[in-house]
Design a protein around this ligand. Structure first.
Ligand SMILES: [Zn+2]
Length: 287
C-alpha cells in the first residue's frame, strides 16, 4: 500500500502513550505504584527514534554486557553501524533503558493538588540509567516505593532531568475507599500499554534496511526536488547526547507508515501478552 508522507491518518498508527514529562521548573507528584519495570537496550537512530537492539538480551547480565562492551556488532546491524565511520552519526551506541507505570497526581505547576482534591492518572515513566539508580537507591533506603510519593522537580526539560524528593506518605493509600479505586483504575489503565513498545520501535532487519535506504536517498544532495526534509519529517529529532535522554521517538520519530506484512504496534497485542502484563500488575499491587 502506498501512503503520502503528509497523510495524517498514517501518523495516528504510531504508538502513543501517556509519558511522564515535565516542563522546566515544573513540580510533579508521582507514586511508582508498580515495583516491576521493563528493561531493554535501544539505539537512538536519527529520524527513526529509539529502536530495539538486535543483540540477544534475555537477561539483565546480557543487557549490561551489551552496553558495557559498546554493542555487539556481530549480532546487531545497528551496533555495527554505530561503530562504522560512515554511519555512526546516524546510529548511536546501544543504551540500557527502563520503563515503569507510575501514578501521577493532578497538580498545579508547583506540585499542589488541584483544588485540594485527589485526582490522578497513569503515566509511563521512562528511566535512563541515572534516574533508575536513584529509584533503586530510594527503594533500598525506604522500602516499597508504593508507600511513598515522590516529588519531582524538572531541572532541565530537554533531557527531563529531575530532582527527586521522597515524601513520607503516599496520598493514594491514605483512605481505604480511595485506595481501592486507585488500584482498580491503575490495573485497567496499565494493561493498555506494553512497556517494551513504549521504550522503542521493534522492526525487522529488512524493514530497517529499507528505511535506511529512504533516509540516505532523502539526505543525499541528489535528492529529488520537491520533497524537502520538512515535508518528510514532521519534526526535527535531535541527537542523543546523554544517557538520560527520553524518547521523543514514540510519538514524533515514527515517520514511516506500516508496510505490508509489517506489524502495526497497537493492533498486535496478543491475549496471552495481556494476561502476563495484567498478572504482573496485579502481583505488584498486592502488598
Ligand atoms: Zn545493537
Amino acid at each position: 500500500m502506498k501512503y503520502d508522507f503528509k497523510d495524517e491518518t498514517v501518523q495516528s498508527t504510531g504508538l502513543r502513550f501517556p509519558k511522564l514529562e515535565l516542563k522546566k521548573d515544573e513540580v510533579g507528584r508521582v507514586c511508582p505504584l508498580s515495583p516491576k519495570f521493563e528493561a531493554t537496550i535501544t539505539h537512538w537512530v536519527t529520524k527513526l527514534g529509539y529502536v530495539h537492539c538486535f543483540a540477544k538480551a534475555d537477561t539483565w547480565e546480557q543487557l549490561v554486557a551489551i552496553e558495557r562492551d559498546g554493542g555487539k556488532p556481530d549480532e546487531c546491524l545497528l551496533c555495527e553501524m554505530a561503530l562504522r565511520a560512515d554511519t555512526k552519526e546516524i546510529v548511536q551506541l546501544p543504551n540500557k533503558r527502563m520503563a515503569t507505570y507510575a501514578l501521577r497526581y493532578k497538580t498545579d505547576m508547583r506540585g499542589n493538588l488541584l483544588g485540594g482534591q485527589l485526582s490522578y492518572y497513569l503515566e509511563i515513566w521512562l528511566l535512563g540509567n541515572k534516574k533508575f539508580r536513584e529509584l533503586q537507591n530510594l527503594r533500598k533506603e525506604w522500602g516499597n516505593l508504593q508507600n511513598h510519593d515522590l516529588e519531582i522537580i524538572c531541572t532541565e526539560a530537554k533531557y527531563q532531568n529531575f530532582d527527586i524528593t521522597l515524601k513520607k506518605e503516599a496520598l493514594w493509600n491514605k483512605d481505604k475507599v480511595v485506595k481501592q479505586a486507585v488500584i482498580e483504575y491503575f490495573k485497567a489503565e496499565a494493561v493498555k500499554y506494553d512497556l517494551r513498545k513504549c521504550l522503542g520501535d521493534e522492526i525487522d532487519i529488512d524493514t530497517l534496511k529499507r528505511r535506511f535506504e529512504v533516509i540516505r536517498r532523502r539526505m543525499s544532495p541528489e535528492a529529488e526536488v520537491g520533497l524537502s526534509e520538512q515535508d518528510m519529517f514532521s519534526k526535527e529529532t535531535t541527537k542523543k547526547e546523554e544517557e538520560d535522554v527520553f524518547a521523543k521517538a514514540e510519538t514524533e520519530g515514527n515517520i514511516f507508515p506500516a508496510e505490508e506484512g509489517e506489524k502495526v504496534p497497537e493492533a498486535t497485542t496478543k491475549e496471552e501478552k495481556k494476561e502476563t502484563e495484567e498478572s504482573s500488575v496485579l502481583d505488584s499491587l498486592v502488598p
